[in-house]
Ligand binder design. Structure first.
Ligand code: HEC
Length: 557
């Protein structure tokens, strides 16, 4: 009797425990989060994780995990969802980044974690229980080998030469790499980003005509970093490691003649698509000025991705207001361009004898590209101008190739734009500026010399709208009269292009918006003999007339 009573109570207790467990298994999945502030992609998920926490409140437990190896996780950001210790989902949070360094311009198309949680909470099987996480490689804490390659001897020189300019406190890189303690926890991500040639950021392929500030690791340097990581990132004799380089803090070209800044700070949202915004800044000049150089100083190096500097001499930009959104193009016809800025840009004077002429009343227009970082940011950037005393003796001119008739069918993975122009005079080439939007993949520019030799001027095999820049040649060179300047751009409007702004792909035509396309390859030249400027100008005008289909001008085939 006594035995029976005890059995009944035990049975009841057992039932209760089982019921509670059952309920718990339905209502409380545990999400193990693997995040890292130093990985920009990981950091960009902060608002999304906050939103998921709120959406599920007490129904889901979110835990930050420090031991990825216990879960077999090698990439941050990653998540592992368990219910009663059983893994129900593992992988990415959503598909916003099909590959590291490649973001979908319009955000994710599948919220993998949320879908998995909804399915678990409504007692359904998870349709996609495992996805491949994309992000920064996590350094495993193996014991470093004591012989062979070390930070002090082989690795510090590579990092000092190629990384520290941006990866130091207060600069564009998301974490510093100025000493061993900073580099070691990033070792795996360093090898990953350099072997994928994502870092240092540099899009142009190597060629005979080198560029200023070219950032490219040699195969041997990449190999050094990989071997160091494979050996467990050993330190070596740190007392003998080379010191990181010292960079000037003030304006790099000395005391400027004029400094202007954005009138007020601009707020960059924590998340969402990239922001392209123009700011019109009065220069308040009393007399004519000849700009010999400019320096751009970003107010917020984490959020600001690149800047283009234009001159509005007619008031056309000012009529649009003190600032306005502007994707791709500045939204008015500029009188002149001062150039562009990207992280790591080294300011330099314009070629000898040239300058950008500013008349009283001229305004500076900054076209700025911001990249949401995961938290709200503000920026107030500054520009320094350096004036010369002399009127320019030589003329900088822009030889523009491109197309305004782009029309890419949906699904077309190999759409080609070609254009050319034959130089009617000898020119000195100082730089080249490519421009297209999200669908462009490859860009090539050549000079076909009068003796038929084909000389590459710029080759980009993985165009990224987010890393635009003005390429300046390290040594300007002469192209003789009769040289044919040619361009070929390839566009991929298929679903396989991770940067396609449309899912599914749609017809894309020429236009200034983010969902339109453009094609432009601008050669920056100075006519070798100043008297030739007019002839070059006329030939360029003739090209424009032919393209407009004007009467007697027929395009020779
Ligand atoms: C011109 C500036 C610049 C230089 C030079 C540079 N980096 Fe970066 N690095 C950045 C920026 C900016 C980011 C953040 C990218 C983003 O926000 O998407 C970054 C991100 C990274 C990341 C995180 C992975 C990623 O792509 O998000 C790693 C790792 C990295 N850099 C390593 C290096 C190493 C190693 C070098 C030198 C070999 C280097 N970087 C040189 C600017 C630079």
């Amino acid at each position: 009797m006594v035995v029976f009573a005890m059995g009944a109570r035990a049975g009841l207790y057992f039932l209760l425990v089982t019921l509670t467990n059952l309920l718990q298994s339905q209502i409380q999945p545990v999400v193990a989060l693997f995040l890292d502030k130093g990985c920009p992609l990981s950091q960009s998920y902060t608002p999304e994780i906050d939103r998921l926490r709120q959406r599920y409140a007490s129904r889901v437990l979110f835990t930050l995990q420090a031991n990825p190896r216990d879960y077999g996780v090698t990439i941050t950001p990653s998540v592992v969802v368990t219910v009663n210790g059983q893994v129900r989902y593992r992988g990415r949070i959503d598909d916003r980044a099909p590959a590291l360094g490649k973001l979908r311009p319009n955000g994710p198309t599948r919220a993998d974690l949320q879908i998995a949680l909804d399915e678990i909470l409504s007692n359904q099987p998870v349709t996609i229980a495992e996805t491949v996480a994309v992000g920064c490689a996590i350094t495993s804490s193996t014991n470093p080998s004591t012989s062979g390659i070390t930070y002090a001897r082989e690795v510090a020189p590579v990092l000092n030469r190629h990384c520290v300019e941006c990866h130091r406190p207060g600069h564009a890189g998301p974490f510093p790499l100025t000493n061993y303690d900073e580099a070691k926890p990033r070792a795996a991500a360093i090898a990953q980003a350099t072997s994928a040639r994502l870092m240092p950021p540099w899009k142009a392929e190597p060629q005979a005509h080198r560029f200023q500030g070219e950032r490219r690791l040699s195969a041997a340097e990449i190999d050094t970093l990989e071997r160091w990581v494979a050996a467990g990132a050993p330190a070596g004799n740190l007392a003998q490691a080379p010191r990181p380089p010292v960079f000037p803090d003030r304006w790099q070209l000395g005391e400027p003649h004029k400094i202007v800044s954005m009138p007020k700070p601009f707020a960059v949202p924590a998340e969402g698509p990239d922001v392209y915004h123009c700011f019109v800044i009065p220069l308040s000049l009393k007399e004519i000025r000849y700009v010999r150089a400019f320096e751009f100083r970003p107010g917020n190096r984490r959020a600001l991705h690149h800047a283009l500097l234009f001159i509005d001499g007619t008031g056309a930009a000012a009529r649009r207001g003190p600032d306005y959104p502007c994707f791709g193009v500045p939204g008015f016809l500029p009188t002149a361009s001062l150039g562009g800025w990207t992280p790591g840009f080294t300011p330099a004077p314009y070629p000898d004898g040239t300058a950008v002429t500013l008349h009283p009343g001229a305004r500076l227009v900054l076209q700025l590209h911001y990249h949401p970082t995961g938290k709200p940011e503000t920026d107030r950037s500054e520009v320094a101008l350096y004036f010369g005393t002399e009127k320019p003796r030589r003329r900088m001119m822009d030889v523009a190739l491109g197309s305004r008739t782009i029309d890419i069918p949906p699904g077309e993975a190999n759409y080609i734009v070609r254009d050319y122009f034959t130089l009617p005079v000898d020119v000195e080439v100082t730089g080249i500026i490519p421009h297209a939007h999200y669908l462009a993949r490859e860009m090539r520019g050549w000079a076909i010399l009068p003796d038929s030799r084909r000389v590459p001027l710029l080759t980009i095999l993985d165009w990224d709208f987010n890393w635009q820049q003005h390429y300046r040649y390290a040594k300007p060179f002469v192209l003789p009269e009769g040289t044919r300047f040619e361009m070929e751009f390839r566009y991929d409007n298929s679903a396989a292009n991770p940067r396609n702004p449309f899912t599914p792909p749609q017809r894309v035509v020429w236009g200034p918006d983010s969902t339109d396309e453009m094609a432009g390859l601008h050669l920056q030249v100075i006519p070798h003999n100043n008297d030739d400027a007019q002839e070059l100008g006329q030939a360029l005008w003739g090209k424009i007339m032919r393209e407009l289909g004007g009467g007697i001008f027929r395009r020779p085939e």
